[in-house]
Unconditional design. Sequence first.
Length: 152
Amino acid sequence: MELARPADAADRQVCTRLLSQALLGAATMRGGAALVGEATPVTLLERWTQPGGAAALLVGEFEGAVVGLVGVTVAAESGGRRSGLVECCYVEAGARGVGVGTALMEGAVDWSAAQGCTEIDALALPGDRATKQRLESAGFTARLLTLSRRLG
């Protein structure tokens, strides 16, 4: 059975491994280096697991093993609105296609709603059709493309 739950201290080692895989994979994709920036598994874990913070780290399990994770944050917007942002959703290659990613995204949506968010966004790199399709199947729609040009 697939499920998403809040990560706990016992999940730290597997989350570090999964985040290392996610960052490595993202960095090799078009636009990935800019997205990853200076992030490390340690800095991401710290951001998503701060007590009382506006962030959460959920893990996805399949047959009792943690095989995926999602990091989600909340940002305040003008007018007092709050918006969730899925910063990372990753499932090990061997565990894809069995519903773990769906459970993680549903968990991120539920957590964001519980934080008073009125919407939630998620990022997909250029050309990452699999992520775009996964997000669309979870009810997300593309509403903005951001193009960038380096100066100097």
